[in-house]
Each structure stands twice: as structure tokens, then as C-alpha cells.
Design a protein around this ligand. Structure first.
Ligand SMILES: N[C@@H](CCC(=O)N[C@@H](CS)C(=O)NCC(=O)O)C(=O)O
Length: 203
């Protein structure tokens, strides 16, 4: 049996899709949550000074998407061939692009500037990406890539959850395929059980 540990801050963020995948794959893991106050002491000991960290039998890896891809392969949620894997990775990198676009809003403390950034995200960035995701979802029978459920659909669901929580607006409301896909992931029995049991956190 593997000894698996996932270390992150006390939030969903960039660890939650990994938690979903581990739960879906019925892979037991220790869900370690670091308080912000303890982070500076730990940071230097991590490979690139960032979380999440994935540990398996004493070996350590960083980068949440590399970890998701690795677990995806283990639990039969990768593509059937290298082209499908490329399609999956391409969507994953696009989701990262989208995530990076909300950081200036997240970090802004001036209320007026923050509101402007929010409006720009809602009127430009969200439609730009979600109109395109809708096309992918239509083309792939309700999923984002490879015409089947893959690990990137889990990352999509958690990214959508993050955006919705940070902006305080249901960003996928107008996008039927995206809403349905998020719901489909959240209603997978193992994920649903995890969502009901997970700690309530601010992010
Ligand atoms: N590309 C990395 C990004 C990781 C990342 O940005 N981690 C943030 C938390 S979401 C972090 O560790 N921040 C603390 C720091 O940089 O000191 C991944 O996907 O794992």
C-alpha cells in the first residue's frame, strides 16, 4: 500500500482537484493543511517554494497539474493515445491562463480598482473563455477533451468553483455545458461524499 500525503494551505485552491482525483480513485491519502503562519519555515524545504506538494512513499513532487496528470494515468482518467493527452493538457494549460487572469483582482486591496477588475473579468475574460469551453464540451460529448471523462474535467470543476467563490458570482450560469460538467463532477459519488465532508475554508 502506498503512503500518500498531500500538503497545501487550509483551502481548496490548487489542491482541490488533486483531492477530488484521489477520492474518485479511492486512493487513501493524508490531507495535510498548513497554517499561513507556519509556511515561511516550511517554504525553504519545498522543491520550488510553493504548495501543493504530493508525497508518495517518501518521494516528493510539486506542480498541481503534473500531479493531476500522474494520478489521472493511475486511475484511468488519461487519454487513450498521445493525441488525446495533448488535448487534455491543452485544456489544462488554458485553465491555468484563466486562473492567472484573476490574480490581479484577488490581490487588489483598493475597493474601486478591485471593482473595475471584477467588471472586466465578468464582461470580457469570462465570456472569452467560457464561450470557447462550451464549444469543446459540445464537441466532446459533455466533457472537455478526448470525448470522455478525464482528469482535466476535475480541474475545470475546481477552477470554476474558485472563480465563483472569489468573484461572488456564478460565472458559469449562462454556460449550460460548463454548468452541467461541473455538476457532473461534483455528483460523482466519491466526490460528492468528499464535498459533504470537507472542511469549510475561506478559499
Ligand atoms: N504552478 C504551481 C503554482 C503553485 C502556487 O501558486 N502555489 C501557491 C498557492 S496557490 C503558493 O504556494 N503560494 C505561496 C508562496 O508562493 O509562497 C502549481 O500548479 O502547483
Amino acid at each position: 500500500m502506498s503512503d500518500i500525503k498531500l500538503t497545501y494551505f487550509n483551502g481548496r485552491g490548487l489542491a482541490e482537484h488533486i483531492r477530488y482525483l484521489l477520492k474518485y480513485g479511492n486512493i487513501a491519502f493524508e490531507d495535510i493543511r498548513i497554517e499561513q503562519d507556519n509556511w515561511p519555515a516550511l517554504k525553504e524545504s519545498t522543491p520550488f517554494g510553493q504548495l501543493p506538494l504530493y508525497e508518495e512513499n517518501g518521494k516528493v513532487a510539486s506542480q498541481s497539474l503534473a500531479v493531476a496528470r500522474y494520478i489521472g494515468k493511475k486511475i484511468n482518467l488519461a487519454g487513450d493515445d498521445e493525441w488525446q493527452n495533448l488535448e487534455i493538457d491543452s485544456v489544462a494549460d488554458t485553465l491555468t491562463d484563466l486562473r492567472l487572469k484573476h490574480y490581479p483582482f484577488y490581490q487588489e486591496s483598493d475597493p474601486e480598482k478591485k471593482e473595475k477588475l471584477k467588471q472586466s473579468l465578468l464582461s470580457e475574460t469570462v465570456p472569452y473563455y467560457f464561450e470557447r469551453f462550451e464549444k469543446f464540451i459540445t464537441k466532446n460529448s459533455g466533457y472537455l477533451a478526448a470525448n470522455k471523462l478525464t482528469w482535466v474535467d476535475f480541474f475545470f470543476a475546481t477552477t470554476l468553483d474558485t472563480l465563483t467563490r472569489i468573484l461572488g458570482v456564478n460565472v458559469s450560469e449562462k454556460y449550460e455545458g460548463s454548468s452541467k460538467l461541473k455538476k457532473k463532477i461534483e455528483e460523482l459519488p466519491a466526490v460528492k461524499t468528499w464535498i459533504a465532508a470537507r472542511p469549510e475554508t475561506p478559499f
